[in-house]
Design a protein around this ligand. Structure first.
Ligand code: GAL
Length: 663
């Protein structure tokens, strides 16, 4: 919830007035009023104009547009403008340029070309942020501070010498002694023992056709996430003493390079950018999963979709336009899952530059267009449901465990199969739950799971001791769990837990894996029930557990594939392959019934998505009908979008309802 918005939902987008002659600005503001825009993000890529040469600041143009917006009652999410250093900066400080793992220096000319460890970059960024804060902190129209933009999007790793020095320092803090580092990285292997910190480089390209040390690589991912977080901190430290508004930066969904559990602890409100992959048939589930993650990162508090698109983007191979009504449903999906608004990239579609084919609120075609009419409609819809601002999505009884170090480690090289993908596995389980309208939260490994009815652990390859302990406590306390293959294999150093996989929890599961039998590319293995498995099979012994399905062909024919061990008050399931969608759905029916998990509203046809937010004594049921037929939704209340009241609400094909009822 953004206090400065006065109870309104955020609606608007990135506004880049500097791309247009000033004559356009009055029309922009008039159009924003027509559409009901409540907030715009200003200045994200304005560094070059705000500081045309070092230490020389020009705020005149920004002052003028700030006043125009303020006079129109439009709030401002003020960017610190540091996402893309200008040409003069890169020229003056050539060592700030990114260097890739082959030592190639990347050139100026796109955006975000800076080394995250560069002290020059951090100093310059903090200085500009400070100038902006000093100038606009007290401006009543500024309601939010937007630090930088999409950290790491184009510069997640830098392999330069400055980064190398920073990496060594980071390692010294983490390990204290070289002995500890050598032990953690297992450097006795292949004669990799270090005797001086100076011998350690970033994991740059190594000899041909071989593999860099996994501990080294894993720490590099950790370090790189931390370095970018330090960039964020440097700006926040500069502005925090001056500004009173909340501070944020925009996340990018399941973005592999940044451990968002750590990042989320440092933002005042979680903000996210999500773009549909036009050609992904399950892209609506992808949106829902991203939104569920963002809400979970913020501990359930309202968050904000900072960027999505009114229609096509420009950076996919084929950029599919949104069909009529799709933008509205997408926006409401985000709001339903806890976003206090719907923001877009960008306000006015560019005429020039690399994003000129990206959709916007004001398209190239102008007001007489499908997009503009839908934008105006969305603005008035969001105003109608403004009372949901600040309410929370009810906590889910199902939690999916997802950790970044595990993702990094699971996808390193030299593993049993290149096809084992924790994100695909996570997505598959989220999708099966989403299709049933079961509410889902994500949890960081090690989180207390008390109160959940079901925890899903989808290919969480790395589980540290805290994560194992929380799983034990939860299952012993009566919780049900589903653990899927290639989980709990290593500790936080990427050392195998010995004694049969997943050694730390195989007693809980009543399943012990002796050996992996990954499948050849594209091949499936038949199961006795639950269809077939892909990608993976393994030699499992069931001990105290029921064999729910066994492999029925190949070298493991007759051996367990899926097991279930009854526990204190629930069940511990183990799945030793990647199930087909149908098989997973069938298994989930049993799992959910056993765990007593109910959908938000049951019995709805497929393609109808429902989520409930709760306020003081009031509930808001959001219904997004992605299907081709109208649907009757049984939930007593009043649809805030149409004003219709009753025990059942008819939601047209492709339509949305927000039914205000009892909590
Ligand atoms: C985001 C970025 C925006 C714009 C948008 C296009 O990555 O923050 O500036 O580039 O994507 O989809």
């Amino acid at each position: 919830m953004i206090p400065g918005l006065g109870g309104r939902l955020a609606f608007g987008g990135d506004y880049n007035p500097e791309q247009w002659p000033e004559e356009t600005w009055d029309e922009d503001v008039a159009l924003m009023r027509e559409a009901g825009v409540t907030m715009v993000t200003l200045g994200v890529f304005s560094w070059g104009l705000l500081e045309p040469s070092e230490g020389v600041y020009e705020f005149g143009w920004l002052d003028r547009i700030v006043e125009k917006l303020a006079a129109a009652g439009i709030a401002i999410d003020m960017a610190t403008a540091t996402a893309s250093p200008p040409a003069w900066f890169t020229h003056a400080y050539p060592h700030t340029r990114l260097v890739d793992d082959h030592g190639v220096v990347r050139s100026f000319g796109a955006r975000q070309n800076y080394c995250p460890s560069s002290p020059e970059y951090r100093r310059a960024a903090a200085a500009l942020a400070l100038q902006l804060a000093q100038r606009y902190a007290d401006h009543p129209a500024v309601v939010l501070w937007h630090v930088n933009n999409e950290y790491g999007c184009h510069n997640w790793h830098c392999f330069c010498d400055v980064s190398a020095a920073a990496f060594r320092q980071w390692l010294e803090v983490r390990y204290g002694t070289l002995d500890a580092l050598n032990e953690s990285w297992g450097t006795a292997f292949w004669s990799q023992h270090y005797t001086d910190w100076q011998q350690i480089d970033p994991p740059r390209a190594v000899a041909y056709n071989t593999f860099a040390n996994p501990g080294h690589q894993l720490d590099w991912w950790r370090f790189s996430s931390d370095e970018l977080l330090d960039c964020y901190r440097a700006e926040v430290e500069a502005i925090r003493p001056i500004v009173t508004q909340p501070i944020t930066t925009n996340f990018m969904n399941f973005f592999k390079p940044l451990d968002y559990w750590q990042w989320a602890r440092e933002v005042d409100v979680v903000a996210n950018d999500h773009y549909l992959r036009g050609e992904d048939p399950a892209n609506l589930q992808d949106l829902a999963m991203s939104a569920d993650l963002m809400r979970s990162l913020g501990g359930g508090r309202p968050w904000l979709i900072m960027e999505h698109s009114t229609s096509a983007v420009n950076w996919q191979p084929r950029n599919l336009a949104k069909t009529p009504g799709q933008m509205r449903r997408n926006s409401f999906q985000h709001v339903a899952r806890g976003s206090d608004g719907a923001m877009f990239f960008q306000w006015r579609a560019s005429r020039a530059g690399a994003e000129k084919f990206h959709s916007a609120l004001v398209p190239h075609a102008g007001r007489d267009s499908k997009v503009w009419r839908e934008v105006v409609e969305l603005g008035s819809d969001l105003a109608r449901v403004a009372e949901v601002a600040g309410t929370v999505v009810e906590p889910a009884s199902v939690a999916i465990m997802f950790g970044w170090p595990s993702w990094w480690a699971a996808t390193l090289d030299s593993h049993p199969s290149v096809d084992a993908d924790p994100l695909r596995e996570t997505r598959a389980w989220h999708q099966a739950l989403w299709e049933r309208n079961v509410a889902i939260d994500f949890v960081e490994p090690g989180t207390d799971l008390t109160g959940r009815k079901l925890a899903v652990v989808p290919m969480q390859y790395l589980l540290d001791d805290a994560a194992l302990a929380s799983l034990h406590a939860y299952v012993e306390g009566g919780g049900s769990v589903v653990v899927t293959y290639f989980s709990g294999i290593v500790d936080e150093r990427d050392h195998i837990r010995l004694g049969g996989y997943p050694a730390g929890i195989s007693d809980l599961l009543g399943a012990r894996v002796e050996e992996f039998f990954p499948l050849p590319e594209g091949e499936a293995v038949a199961l006795s029930t639950l269809g077939s498995g892909r990608v993976w099979s393994e030699w499992i012994s069931a001990d105290g557990s029921e064999v729910v399905a066994s492999f029925s062909a190949g070298p493991l024919a007759g051996r367990p594939a899926v097991t279930c061990k009854p526990t204190a008050g629930g069940a511990a399931w183990y799945v030793g392959t990647e199930l087909s969608d149908a098989g997973r759905a069938a298994l989930l029916d049993r799992v959910l019934a056993g765990a007593g998990v109910e959908p938000v509203v049951g019995g709805l046809p497929s393609g109808v998505e429902v989520v409930r937010r709760r306020g003081d004594g009031v509930g808001f049921l959001f219904v997004m009908n992605h299907g081709d037929e109208a649907v009757d939704v049984p939930y007593e209340g009043t649809d805030l979008l149409t004003g219709t009241a009753g025990p059942v609400t008819k939601v047209p094909a492709g339509g949305v309802a927000v039914i205000r009822g009892t909590a």
